[in-house]
Design a protein around this ligand. Structure first.
Ligand SMILES: [Ca+2]
Ligand SMILES: [Ca+2]
Ligand SMILES: [Ca+2]
Length: 487
């Protein structure tokens, strides 16, 4: 608690007690997981980066034995170096392109590679499909490689090399416009191979500046994310010895922000004995202090929660600390961020967050090799979260609205437990179509079999992330059909 109170005194955000979530283990058995991504291709798969140079696939709660991509032979895995980031192209469903950020085999550079999954539904990619997109020399120190990589709502690829390492950024890379070290970078990977510079990049055409730069003044932005609803950008930047920070950039920004390092560390301007003019630099929205006897301090940036399964957490920004293994959820009101009481994992190693197709959030633990889903807190462990029990009294097996679905089933389905008209039900069947009700963010599987007495149910249509309302699927082949809620 001491650390939280220090944050209250020194941080720009306020910190209050309101921890409404817990972790639910999805899979175990990964080796040093450091990133989680979804292809948003309708498959429902989660992809996990192993730092040594593999991408693994999770289908439901199954970790597939064979790697999606294995580039261990061209990856230096050591300390902060390795395969650090993964981003799927917005058109992955048709082009199969995805991008990785990786330390090359001799450690001299970090490289963005494009790979192609053929077909996009495959669970094993040929490493020979790789095309080098851009190489950022990282010649002096082994640390501060950055590694975040994401597509923005504008369709451009953003990635964030670290400042290059060393105490107090000895070469002042973060403030130098002639290098990509210590920057947010924005490139167009569709108009040219390997890439083109978006014409509206803030330093395009500026003498002496790398035109790929989108924002400056970053130290080790290992994780950043775009809000999938608004397009706002959140950049978590790892601090040195004093403060961790989250930076914010509203959607539609022209770029060019200077986030301060090494003139500023968080909201502090005296940690590297600099004499910068800091007035125009962009302050973080959230900071927290390094306080003894913390083992070390290193922020792991996350996502704004835009899923549908935990309504009380809508819009919260989740982040963690790698070393202290605390996980926080922050709320914004009128531009002021309030940080809730952390979930204390109490075991060094929360390395990344990830978002699935429906906006549900996951965390990876680099130390124990497990992936957890962030779920609503369920204090009595009866399968109904606290928020649901407060709204809808009753036991998990009750059917208060008499629609044939229990409280527990209605919670899972996202239907209303006090409204008998709110339930998973088929509403229309014709010779060629089947229509059924759906809740936002739920996954439904339509299955078929030719004869009700023999054979097995076979998948017909998989709707990974349904909208609220009704969904119609084609059932032109004669047979029996059923609709099943997957999750
Ligand atoms: Ca409960
Ligand atoms: Ca019911
Ligand atoms: Ca109902």
């Amino acid at each position: 608690m001491l650390r939280v109170w220090i944050g209250l005194i020194c941080g720009v955000a306020t910190w209050v007690a309101a921890q409404e979530f817990q972790l639910h283990e999805i899979v175990a058995g990964l080796a040093q997981p450091v990133d989680i991504a979804s292809a948003r291709d309708g498959s429902g798969r989660l992809f996990v980066v192993e730092q040594a140079g593999r991408v693994r696939v999770i289908v439901g709660t199954n970790l597939l034995a064979t790697a999606f991509l294995d580039i261990t032979g061209q990856t230096l895995f050591s300390g902060e170096q390795g395969l650090l980031g993964l981003a799927f192209h917005p058109g992955y469903r048709t082009n199969g392109h995805f991008f990785v950020y990786v330390t090359n085999a001799n450690g001299s550079s970090n490289v963005v590679w494009r790979y192609t999954a053929t077909p996009p539904s495959t669970n094993v990619v040929n490493p020979a499909s790789g095309v080098e997109i851009i190489r950022i020399a990282h010649p002096v120190e082994a640390n501060h490689n950055g590694g975040g990589i994401q597509f923005g709502p504008d369709g451009y690829l953003y990635f964030a090399p670290g400042a290059g390492g060393g105490a107090c950024d000895l070469n002042n890379n973060s403030q130098a416009l002639g290098t990509l070290l210590g920057k947010m970078v924005r490139i167009d990977v569709d108009s040219a191979v390997p890439y083109a510079v978006p014409p509206d990049n803030p330093f395009a055409g500026v003498a002496g500046a790398r035109p790929e730069i989108w924002a400056t003044g970053l130290r080790n932005p290992f994780r950043f994310s775009f809000d999938r609803d608004t397009g706002d950008l959140f950049i978590a930047d790892v601090g040195q010895d004093a403060q961790e920070e989250v930076n914010y950039q509203p959607a539609g920004s022209p770029g060019g922000q200077n986030y301060g390092w090494k003139c500023m560390e968080g909201v502090l301007s005296n940690t590297c004995a600099t004499t910068c003019a800091t007035a125009a630099m962009t302050r973080p929205i959230i900071t927290y202090d390094h306080v003894a006897p913390g083992p070390c301090w290193s922020i792991t940036g996350g996502y704004r929660y835009r899923g549908s399964r935990i309504p009380p957490l809508a819009g919260r920004y989740f982040f963690a600390d790698y070393c202290s293994s605390r996980i926080w959820a922050a709320t914004e009101a009128a531009g002021v961020w309030t940080v809730g009481t952390p979930l204390d994992f109490a075991d060094f190693g929360i390395s990344t967050f990830g978002e699935d197709e429906c906006g549900e959030l996951y965390v990876a633990h680099r130390g124990n090799g497990r992936i957890y889903q962030i779920v609503a807190k369920d204090s009595d462990a009866d399968g109904l979260p606290d928020w649901f029990e407060q709204l809808y009294p009753g036991e998990p097996g009750d059917d208060l609205d008499g629609d044939g679905f229990t409280h527990r089933q209605e919670f899972l389905a996202g239907t209303h437990p006090l409204n008998a008209l709110s339930a998973l039900r088929i509403t229309a069947i014709t010779a060629s179509n089947l229509t059924f009700t759906t809740s936002a963010g739920r996954q439904y599987i339509v299955e078929t079999r030719p004869d009700i007495a023999t054979g097995q149910w076979q998948p017909h249509t998989n709707i990974v992330c349904a909208a609220a309302g009704e969904t119609t699927v084609s059932i032109e082949t004669a047979g029996f059909y059923r609709v099943r809620l997957q999750r």
